[in-house]
Ligand binder design. Structure first.
Ligand SMILES: C[S@@+](CC[C@H](N)C(=O)[O-])C[C@H]1O[C@@H](n2cnc3c(N)ncnc32)[C@H](O)[C@@H]1O
Length: 268
């Protein structure tokens, strides 16, 4: 997966990306993404001060903060896809096309109080994630926090997706056309990690102060019967909610809140 392949992919889906957040058009994804936004902001300090949304996409976090009247001093967005940002209502002078290492962000060094990276690490290589976390430390004000999500490689959902992907590959080899019908338009591998790998990536950069296990629905049930799938998810949360191991096994994504270490001070 190269950055330009990822940018091309998101440029190509930018005009329809907001449908994913529309309950009428996609009830399972809309539910999952709303839960993600809720978890990302629920324990964040408020007012938020200066916010940087990394991989802001079409500005759904910005819309959410405005909608929920969650106040901030300033909101900056960076994304490698210009079309995603162009489909957002983030003020134009607050949109930066590029990565968190873009030189346009240098004037903000040491000032950002709240960082978000929601649904982004899946599309980054491990060295790119490490570089982004290092850069976040330079941009961070004292006591800054990062809300970040990862795709969980050990979840039932990831295992099912791998199974379906292998079946589709095989069907292609057998010259059947199932893949045309079912395969996602992504042509690159995604980065998925187990919880301990996520923790190892984060811990050199700060202290993990919160963990949320997200999306306990499964493919293909969540696409075929989204409402039923959400009911199953609620049951899983009821039964296993207080057991992190079980929740990790059922959750496609994991959200962390990281208190960012001041540059030059490595957390214990
Ligand atoms: C799945 S979308 C998520 C968008 C938004 N955060 C949300 O929750 O709706 C992933 C976004 O990350 C962006 N992205 C991927 N790699 C990136 C990188 N290295 N730096 C900045 N943005 C990146 C993509 O262009 C895309 O807009």
């Amino acid at each position: 997966m190269t950055r330009s392949t990822v940018a091309d992919f998101f440029n190509s889906i930018a005009s329809t990306y907001n449908f994913k957040y529309d309950k009428q058009k996609n009830s399972f994804l809309a539910h999952f993404f709303e839960e993600r936004l809720k978890a990302a902001v629920q324990n964040a300090r408020q007012p938020m001060g200066i916010v940087l949304d990394i991989g802001a996409g079409t500005g759904q976090l910005y819309n959410y903060l405005i909608d929920k009247k969650i106040s901030f001093d300033d909101f900056w967005a960076v994304d490698i896809s210009s079309s995603m940002l162009n489909n957002s209502s983030i003020p134009e002078d607050r949109r930066i096309v590029g990565t968190v290492s873009a030189s346009a962000l240098s004037p903000l060094d040491g000032t950002i109080e709240q960082f978000f990276m929601l649904g982004v690490t899946t599309y980054m290589s491990i060295p790119d994630i490490q570089e982004a976390l290092r850069r976040i430390q330079e941009l961070a004000d004292r006591d800054a926090e990062l809300s970040i999500t990862f795709t969980n490689s050990r979840s039932v959902e990831s295992r099912l997706q791998r199974l379906i992907a292998s079946a589709l590959k095989m069907s292609k080899r057998l010259n059947r056309d199932w893949s045309n019908r079912y395969v996602a338009s992504q042509t690159f591998d995604r980065t998925t990690l187990c919880e301990s790998e996520m923790r190892s990536l984060l811990s050199p950069h700060g202290e993990i102060v919160e963990v949320n296990y997200q999306n306990q629905t499964f493919t293909p049930l969540n696409r075929i019967a989204p409402k039923f799938s959400i009911c199953v998810e609620r049951q899983i949360q009821k039964v296993f909610g207080s057991n992190p191991r079980m929740m990790a096994a059922f959750s496609s994504d994991i959200h962390f809140r990281l208190r960012i270490a001041v540059m030059g001070v490595t957390p214990e």
